[in-house]
Design a protein around this ligand. Structure first.
Ligand SMILES: Nc1ncnc2c1ncn2[C@@H]1O[C@H](COP(=O)(O)OP(=O)(O)OP(=O)(O)O)[C@@H](O)[C@H]1O
Length: 219
């Protein structure tokens, strides 16, 4: 579904942050992306989300060569990729419901056509009773789940999550992980960037480990 071949990336004139990365992310797969702080996990996720271009190598996404994707095509392709950012990026002046519905509203969809989907998704992530509050009053774990719901509202084929359990206690981290595993069972590919070894040890999943700009893959 997403394939990288000998990809390298440098920011500006800096050193190569990622070197010779070759990776295939199959449909319906589940993997952790780990490695010490500053090794390029977020950078790799940004390459997968097409918010960065590689400085060398080839990326194929949904069968298309990344280098040939036009500016007009980009939003359509990105719609098939859900992302949960480290800092959530929820809009504080919109309710939880409105944050999750925003991608659909921006596309000009009528609220009546999506209201039930948003409510069902919020219930699924456990925020059924927090729909109408603003993000500043949500706890860290609730914000995380709102960000996951927003990433899923367009039914992406892959979910990229950057440290989704970074700010929550171990019990909540386990619940979030269960949610992502259930999502994967329903057919969505999942990539979770994390430092949390305890979290990774809970699932027998593929591990992508970055170190020194290179990627080791443990199937
Ligand atoms: N926009 C940028 N411009 C220049 N250098 C950057 C930029 N973003 C990241 N870097 C550098 O690239 C390297 C990899 O950063 P990245 O954020 O991808 O690592 P990470 O593994 O996600 O780190 P962490 O686990 O701390 O979140 C770091 O040395 C960082 O300083």
């Amino acid at each position: 579904m997403i394939r990288l071949e000998n990809v390298g990336l440098r920011y500006g004139m800096g050193p190569e942050v990622l070197r010779d990365i070759s990776l295939n992310i199959p449909e319906r797969s589940f993997q952790f992306l780990s490695g010490p702080s500053g090794t390029g996990k977020t950078t790799l996720l940004r390459l997968l989300f097409l918010s960065l271009k590689p400085t060398r190598g080839l990326i194929t996404i949904f069968g298309k060569d990344r280098a040939r994707i036009t500016r007009e095509e980009l939003p359509l392709i990105r719609r098939r990729i859900g992302v949960v950012f480290q800092d959530f990026r929820l809009l504080d002046h919109l309710t939880t419901y409105e944050n999750v519905a925003l991608p659909l509203r921006v596309r000009g969809r009528e609220e009546a056509s999506y209201r039930n989907d948003v409510v069902d998704l919020l219930k699924w992530v456990g925020l059924g009773d927090r729909m109408h509050v603003l993000p500043p009053v949500l706890s860290g774990g609730e914000k995380q789940r709102a960000a996951i719901a927003r990433a899923l509202i367009e039914q992406p084929r892959i979910l990229l999550a950057d440290e989704p359990t970074g700010n929550v206690d171990p019990q909540l981290a386990r619940r979030l992980l269960r949610l992502l595993i259930e999502l994967n069972r329903m057919g969505t590919a999942v990539v979770i960037a994390t430092h949390d070894i305890g979290l990774m040890d809970q699932v027998d999943a593929r591990r992508l480990v970055l170190a020194g700009g290179r990627l080791d893959i443990y199937e």
